[in-house]
Design a protein around this ligand. Sequence first.
Ligand SMILES: Cc1ncc(COP(=O)(O)O)c(C=O)c1O
Length: 405
Amino acid sequence: MSSVASLDSPAVDAAAASSPAGAAAAGERIDHLAHVFAQYPLEVVSAEGVWLSGARGERVLDLYGGHAVAALGYGHPGWTRALIEQAKGCQFQSNAVPMEVRTRAAQRLIRFAALPLDTVFFVNSGAEANENALKMAFRLTQRPQVIALEHGFHGRTAAAGALTWGAAQKWYGFPRTPFDVGFIPRRDFAALEQVSERTAAVIVEPIQGVGGAFDLGAPYLQALRRRCDETGAVLIFDEVQCGMGRTGYPFAANLYGVTPDMITTAKALGNGLPVAALLMAPRVAAALKLDALGTTFGGGPLACAAVEAVIEALETEGLLERVRRVSGYLRATCLVGPVTAHQGAGWLTGLRTTRPAAQIQAELLTRGILVGTASDPHIVRVLAPYILEEAHVDLLAAALAALPA
Ligand SMILES: Cc1ncc(COP(=O)(O)O)c(C=O)c1O
């Protein structure tokens, strides 16, 4: 099917007949959206907790969380209240105007991270956080090259896209990369020799998301940290997907006991309010000066209220412990049907499947369960809301067990 909007809407836009791009078949509604996303056969009209309600009256268990965003699930009272209060109080002022909610969000995020990082720059998206991290690395080192890992994903903007594996073939779209780029294989200790005195930064997802919930592991990340120290390269953890409690720890850096010079994070950070952050170690922050970085919307009061509410919920509702416990239960109970193994951590878990993951995804959706896939065609990606309970996992296990192996 070409469009969710076509599901139940026979109304035809008069402009449809002459529309050059995305022209609709007879009877199909023109939605005027850029058709660049493959669509799930599910039109969501509302959501509550971990459940999505579809336009056809379906009830779907959401184990995908809108690409790892809806960490608190849907309709979380504290998060909703915080946004309403902030919207009533003052919905926006730029970073040039001090606001207490912004300061509180930064302080709360630094405390939550519990790492030797002490400065936050708020932006709007994961790619933008990575672009700014790279700017800081170049400012600090004055070197020409950045190293990334094969199968990594860092975003679609010029710098972040240049470091995203396979982007050139898929959607990079720029004539050249803005700096020298090197890719090294995952978990390959010998290849760390390619990090050199020419390298400004190494950027890595400690657990690759799009790459298939592929965890790099503590020994590799420790070796990478050592190599960056030897060469003076800046180490950036892209925790846009794996950060903010998704592994059951504040960041994967905490899980693995490896401290980078910068962390970028987004997705779960706002639970759906677009917000991202760049966390910097003191030696990086020391290179900041007025106008070194900038943004209009980044650090807006609504975004900061969302960050505060997310961290409040994670800390007061025992959600990190719950992520560890319930995801552990999934790993113990879901090696059934077409699933033969698991990888990743917490709610960035990959289930290895005997048959193509896209098939399993489609079959699960017909049974009322939404999961994700990954660039590894045999990985089903589970990015559940952190409020998920064992009883929900039982539904997944039963659905998987009923599928042909
Ligand atoms: C690890 C990682 N980095 C960066 C990004 C880009 O984030 P955004 O789409 O918010 O720009 C993503 C998005 O999926 C991601 O998973």
